[in-house]
Every structure is written in structure tokens, then in C-alpha cells.
Ligand binder design. Structure first.
Ligand code: ZN
Ligand code: ZN
Length: 415
């Protein structure tokens, strides 16, 4: 028998609701997507509650669920996945935070949470952050990495740390930065909160006097003079993908968070040039990478972000256009592969209805296409059409086992 491939395409935030400006249709219903609709006519559809019924998912736990990992067990805080995605190695015991360069005044009032957002000096400033020593706990070391714009990650490494600490980032402006507090009554949590507070004040001292910031001020830009942290996390202790399912998998994604999720579950991560995670991401380059990866990997997890970005920004036309670009990407993938060798699934990690500009707990549509599948009567891929699909209503955790079964990679139960 020919070795079958599984391609799981997750279009972040693709699902939506009936939009008045679209005559109460959804962007998926309005978008011109001949390839996906053709696959739908020959495939099986349904809807998924990715985390659980009525639960608006964050992207990291949602993608974990679609990869077959129970988010209630495996989601250990966003910071850990961001750190892995930015290429920092994490070890058991490390505590990772999402971090922002921000602008504060001398009273530590937040003037700009993003320090003007455009921060070409980020890598330079990160070097200075990495030199910070924690005097109250000399055995704890600091690792800081700058990501894009004002973003970065902070990792604390040393014994006796805990992720049960509150954020220093108030997530709003014109208020004072927050003092991190222990969230459990353990010596580890108390110690970690103290370390984070010491780090935060030291970051202000180091960054305020940094020549790159003095230069920013002289050019009329806001100084990036403090690091604010949130989302403490640890490395999840989970069985890696290959060990668990017996197949080798790879991830093609633009955004660090999703790369981090993929690394955490043991997928290889490909870096594709032009895959930015934005609305302008080079989806054809991702399609080419997927076709090539199919020579080597049995499971390909392809994530695209743009639909979610458009939703958060309330951009209806851009969301429709992005879905149309996804259709072309899918066309290229199908063209490049032997259709008798591939099970292809398309879904979203959650709905991001444009009317609420955020993630919602609505179920997402799903399609499974592949050889010898008994198809249903659904002939268009959308939230409304997939309500009538043959898969019915499944959980996020159910999708991967179904794909493994179709591709003859599932383990038999009993004799
Ligand atoms: Zn998402
Ligand atoms: Zn989102």
C-alpha cells in the first residue's frame, strides 16, 4: 500500500458570523474559492468545538487540541510557546514570559505599552537586558530575546522557580506598572515574583541610560525603557508527536507562537522565506514548502494567520481576500501531490467574528478530503454549509485521530 500523507491546514480565525455588510453572509460564504469548494464536493465536512462547547479558544491551546493534545493538560502558559517559537531552548524548571519593550516615566507610569511599536534597536537593547544579574538570587540567570517590533520573551533559569506569578504588564496605559505577586503560597512562587520585580526595575535602569534610547529620544522617538512581562509558562511535559503517533511531522507557520506549539509537541519547524504571519504572507511559498515536505514527512501541519489579523482589525474585505489566497495555496498543494496519497483537512483554530473583533466560542467548519472517503452532500465550504456535514459536531481533539484512521496510521484497539 502507498504510504499516505496527512496535511492539516489551519486558517487562524477563519470562522465568522453573519455580517450585515455582507447581506448576513460570512466571509467564507462570500469568498471565491473554487478549489476548496471542489474538494468539499468530494469530501466530508462537519463542525468542531475546538476546546469545548462555547469556549472561546486562545490560539495556542486551540492548535494543541487540533494536534491531538488535550489543552487542559498541555497548555502551560503562553510564554513557554512564544519562547520556543523565537528559538530559545527551554528546559524543565525554566519560567518563560511574553515580554514587551514599553515606555514609562520616572514614576513607572506606562506612557506607551509598545514603545512606539517600531524598534530597530531591539536586538541591541536585548543584549543589555541579558547582562542583568539578579542579586537576590544569584543562581538564577536571565535570557531575553527580542522578537518582532516591541515584542520579546524573557526566560528565568535556575532551581526553585514557579510559574504561579502575576504579570508586571498592566496591559493599559496611564497606569503604573504592576508589581508581580505570587499566585500560590509556595516559597517558589514568592521567590519568582521577587525575582521578576527586581528584574523589571533593573531593566528600567539599564534601558533608561542605554545610548540607543538616548539616541531615540534625541530623534523624537519614545524610549524603550522598561520590559513588561505577562503569561508566565513552563515547558509542557508531553509525549512527543512521533513517539505518540508513530509518524514524523513538520510544521509550516509564520508566527512564533504556533512554531512554539509545534516545537513543544515535537514537530520539526520549517522556516519559509516570506511567511510573515501577516496578511501579506507568501502563501504560495508555504504551498511549495508543503509539497516538498511531503517527500520526507507523513504529517504536515500548515498554519496561516492572516484571517485572524483581519478579524481583529475589523477588515471584512481583507479577510475575504485572504481566504481567496488560501484557496490558491490549497490549489497549489493539491496540484503538487498525488491525490491518492494524501488526506487533506482544512479548518480553523477558532472563529474570529469581525463584529466582535476577537475569538469566539462558535464551532468552526472542517473539511476532510482524500481517497475513498464516503462524501456527504455538502458542496460548499462555510460555517453554514458544514452544519449539514457528515462528520457532525466533533471536538478539536477528535480531528487528528480521524485523520490517522483514514490514512491507516491509527493503532487497532484489541485483536
Ligand atoms: Zn488563532
Ligand atoms: Zn486572534
Amino acid at each position: 500500500m502507498v504510504e499516505k500523507r496527512i496535511i492539516l491546514i489551519v486558517v487562524d480565525g477563519m470562522g465568522d458570523r453573519a455580517i450585515p455588510e455582507l447581506n448576513y453572509k460570512t466571509p467564507l460564504e462570500v469568498a471565491n474559492k473554487p478549489t476548496i469548494d471542489e474538494l468539499t464536493r468530494n469530501g466530508l465536512t462537519g463542525i468542531i468545538d475546538v476546546i469545548g462547547v462555547g469556549i472561546p479558544p486562545g490560539s495556542a491551546p486551540a492548535n494543541l487540541a487540533l494536534l491531538g493534545y488535550d489543552p487542559y493538560e498541555c497548555y502551560t502558559g503562553r510564554g513557554a510557546f512564544e519562547a520556543l517559537g523565537l528559538g530559545l531552548d527551554l528546559f524543565p524548571g525554566d519560567i518563560a514570559f511574553r515580554a514587551n519593550f514599553a515606555t514609562v516615566n520616572d514614576d513607572l507610569i506606562v506612557l506607551d505599552r509598545r514603545a512606539g511599536r517600531y524598534l530597530v534597536e531591539g536586538d541591541l537593547l536585548a543584549e543589555a537586558i541579558n547582562d542583568i544579574k539578579i542579586e537576590s538570587s544569584p543562581n538564577v540567570s536571565i535570557m531575553f530575546k527580542h522578537g518582532v517590533e516591541h515584542r520579546g520573551v524573557l526566560v528565568l533559569r535556575g532551581s526553585g522557580l514557579s510559574k504561579d506569578v502575576s504579570d508586571t504588564d498592566p496591559e493599559k496605559e496611564n497606569v503604573k506598572i504592576l508589581t508581580s505577586k505570587p499566585l500560590s503560597n509556595t516559597p517558589e512562587a514568592i521567590r519568582t515574583a521577587n525575582i521578576l520585580n527586581e528584574f523589571t526595575i533593573k531593566s528600567f535602569k539599564v534601558l533608561s541610560s542605554h545610548p540607543a534610547n538616548l539616541s531615540r529620544i534625541s530623534r523624537g522617538h519614545k524610549p524603550a525603557n522598561i520590559i513588561l512581562c505577562r503569561g508566565a509558562g513552563t515547558l509542557p511535559n508531553i509525549k512527543k508527536f512521533e513517539e505518540r503517533y508513530g509518524i514524523k511531522g513538520v510544521c509550516i507557520a509564520g508566527v512564533p507562537l504556533i512554531k512554539g506549539v509545534a516545537k513543544a509537541v515535537g514537530l520539526d519547524v520549517l522556516n519559509v522565506e516570506g511567511a510573515t504571519g501577516g496578511l501579506n504572507s507568501n502563501l504560495m511559498a508555504k504551498a511549495e514548502a508543503a509539497v516538498k515536505a511531503a517527500e520526507k514527512y507523513e504529517f504536515i501541519f500548515l498554519h496561516v494567520k492572516g484571517a485572524d489579523t483581519a478579524s481583529h482589525d475589523g477588515l471584512i474585505k481583507e479577510k475575504i481576500r485572504f481566504i481567496e489566497a488560501v484557496d490558491e495555496m490549497v490549489g497549489r498543494i493539491i496540484e503538487g501531490l498525488n491525490k491518492y496519497e494524501v488526506y487533506l483537512s482544512i479548518t480553523a483554530d477558532h472563529c474570529s467574528p469581525i463584529i466582535i473583533r476577537d475569538h469566539s466560542g462558535d464551532p468552526v467548519p472542517v473539511l476532510i478530503y482524500g481517497p475513498y472517503i464516503v462524501n456527504d452532500d455538502v458542496d460548499k465550504f462555510s460555517e453554514r454549509d458544514c452544519l449539514k456535514g457528515g462528520l457532525g459536531r466533533i471536538r478539536g481533539l477528535d480531528l487528528l485521530p480521524i485523520l490517522l484512521s483514514y490514512s491507516s496510521k491509527a493503532k487497532k484497539f484489541g485483536e
